[in-house]
Design a binder for this molecule. Structure first.
Ligand code: HEC
Length: 100
């Protein structure tokens, strides 16, 4: 019974997340990297500071700016500083493809 309740709880938690994921980007090569951003920016880019539908350049430029603000030690700066330019392009491409 406990296992059934756990399963029902897990499915009810996961279903809304599946409902908002954009099927067109489920196999996007940047999705795994972007999953580090999901808890705050949403799987679909609709968390805080909406990223959905922004251009790759807008997102990548913002992250590049944060990389050079070495005095900043907040969570966003630390995230930005952890990725290579290629990884940032992949992540930015993923969010730019989320429907606005
Ligand atoms: C713990 C929460 C958190 C995580 C994780 C996180 N962010 Fe953020 N992000 C924020 C907050 C808060 C802001 C707004 C404040 C700021 O700019 O520092 C922000 C701002 C941004 C901005 C600037 C948005 C704008 O329009 O000015 C971009 C781009 C961004 N995040 C991308 C990312 C990406 C890409 C990742 C994953 C690699 C990520 N964030 C992970 C919380 C987070």
């Amino acid at each position: 019974m406990k296992r059934l309740l756990t399963t029902v709880a897990a499915v009810s938690v996961l279903l809304p997340a599946l409902a908002v994921a954009n099927p067109a980007t489920l196999n996007h090569p940047g999705r795994l990297l972007a999953s580090n951003c999901f808890q705050c920016h949403g799987t679909d880019g609709y968390g805080m500071e909406h990223l959905a539908g922004e251009s790759i350049n807008e997102i990548a430029d913002e992250l590049a700016e944060m990389q050079f603000e070495s005095a900043r030690k907040d969570i966003m700066a630390v995230h930005a500083q952890a990725y290579t330019a290629e990884e940032i392009t992949l992540i930015a491409d993923y969010f730019s493809k989320q429907p606005k």
